[in-house]
Design a protein around this ligand. Structure first.
Ligand code: UDX
Length: 434
């Protein structure tokens, strides 16, 4: 039955979300064209290569490239599409406001590309990029102006994919959010996700585009604030000599609190939480409301690396001494170092005059591009060799079994920001919140 509902979908913007979505829709059986102005990205997709590192994505691209999945630099591939997804990046300025210039251009060009079609046959334009509610209107207006049609359906379908499990998150979402302003918009989105709805029966939230945009920010802000709250409580635990993880296990058993996202430590990083929390604070402030809890969530998060360094300072003066930083990715399972907690930690060590030697199983090259002046070790054991202290920043599994490797340290001092290792006899071990 689904065979009849095979859609033609164009995805404008082949970044992280755009590529994952294009390949995943192709895998559902839709005919997908990924449009990007970057010729290298388009060529890579043609060749069946994944432009980003994400488990399962390379397989999907290889399987569908040249078949269900095509790539192009030209907007004329929008003609005849059922859905046009806008998944263009929205960079952030110093203050945290999102810059929608590129997204507006993509919206206008998409509108222009479909202006000649009869209104009833035009594709539904869907915003996938994360934009604040006031920006939804800006993007809608740009697309409508391009098409010369104020009634053009511009929907919002926010994304909740996690890095490292984006492909499976797409296949098995907890919820789908369809923010539309017409029945046709809702029908199209329902058809696009029909195989998933049939297979996994997720909660489907049908609402207007502004509310859909707000749901995305509320989701990320809530999770980020939850981590900051457990970090705040964890810092109190540390002062009282109490194990925050024992406390978290207990409160997590309360269904109203829930056990997830209660791992206290050095805080949240990545491409979403830091960007989205600051963007919604800026948008709210511009609208006349200062969100005090969210501001505090950011402040607590900014302080956690400094607290880790203070714990190190309590035991050793690191000036001219070798200090190991274990873990550079913002979380395990990815090579992404955007807003990684390792960055302020390395900077803090540099300010103290330490000789930093860093190690990560997959993200060393990424960090080296940002911070080239420190030493990068080929293994955790080599990073620890001769160090007077080690900071554990990312919860990679391999750090759990380093065991004897700590013997090669000049001084066995470990400050653990993620509760990864068990202290060994003879080791000075400081947990950040335990
Ligand atoms: C997040 C959201 O989970 C996802 O729904 C959204 O679409 C994009 O942003 P992601 O950034 O990939 O996904 O990572 P996530 O697994 O949510 O972790 C974010 C950060 O929080 C990481 O730095 C992680 O180390 C930290 N974290 C997470 C904690 O410090 N404690 C926890 O208990 C959980």
């Amino acid at each position: 039955m689904y065979e009849d509902r095979r859609l033609r979908i164009v995805v404008v913007g082949s970044g992280y979300v755009g590529t994952t979505m294009a390949a995943s829709f192709a895998d559902l059986g839709h005919q997908v064209t990924a449009v990007d102005i970057d010729e290298d990205v388009v060529e890579a997709l043609h060749a069946g290569d994944a432009p980003i590192h994400e488990p399962g994505l390379a397989d999907l691209i290889e399987r569908h490239a040249g078949g269900n999945l095509e790539a192009s630099t030209a907007y004329d591939s929008l003609a005849g599409a059922d859905l046009v997804y806008l998944a263009v990046q929205t960079p952030t300025d110093e203050a945290g406001n999102i810059d929608t210039t590129a997204l507006e251009t993509a919206a206008r060009m998409s509108g222009e590309a479909i202006a000649d079609q009869p209104p009833a046959e035009r594709p539904v334009i869907v915003i996938k990029s994360t934009v604040t509610p006031p920006h939804v209107e800006t993007i809608r207006a740009a697309a409508a102006a391009g098409a010369g049609d104020e009634t053009l359906e511009v929907a919002m379908n926010p994304e909740f994919l996690r890095e490292g499990s984006a492909v499976s998150d797409f296949r098995e979402p907890d919820k789908l959010v369809f923010g539309t302003s017409s029945q046709r918009g809702d029908d199209m989105l329902t058809a696009a996700f029909e195989p998933i709805i049939e297979a996994t029966n997720p909660v489907v939230i049908r609402t207007d585009p502004d509310t859909a945009a707000m749901i995305k920010y509320a989701n990320n802000a809530f999770l980020a604030a939850k981590i900051s709250l457990i970090n705040d409580l964890g810092n109190i635990c540390k002062e009282f000599g109490i194990d925050a993880y024992e406390v978290a296990d207990a409160i997590g058993a309360d269904d109203r609190i829930g056990e997830q996202f209660l791992r206290s430590g050095v805080g949240w990083g990545g491409s979403c939480f830091p960007k989205d929390v600051r963007a919604i604070i800026q948008a709210a402030t511009a609208a006349g409301y200062r969100p005090a809890v969210l501001e505090a969530a950011v402040a607590v998060n900014a302080e956690q690396p400094a607290r880790m360094l203070e714990l190190l300072d309590e035991h050793v003066d690191v000036e001219d001494q070798r200090v190991a930083v274990l873990g550079l990715a913002f979380k395990p399972g990815t090579d992404d170092v955007r807003n990684s907690r390792a960055i302020p930690l390395i900077e803090g060590l540099q300010e103290r005059g330490a000789n930093v030697v860093a190690y990560d199983p997959v993200a060393s090259e990424e960090m080296q591009a940002r911070i080239p002046e420190i030493e990068y070790a080929k293994s955790a054991a080599r990073a620890l060799d001769g160090a007077v202290g080690a900071l554990i920043v990312t919860a990679w599994d391999e750090f759990e079994t380093l065991d004897d490797a700590f013997d090669a340290m000049d001084r066995q001092l470990v400050v653990d920001g993620r509760r990864v290792i068990e202290p060994r006899p003879g080791m000075t071990y400081e947990g950040l919140t335990w």
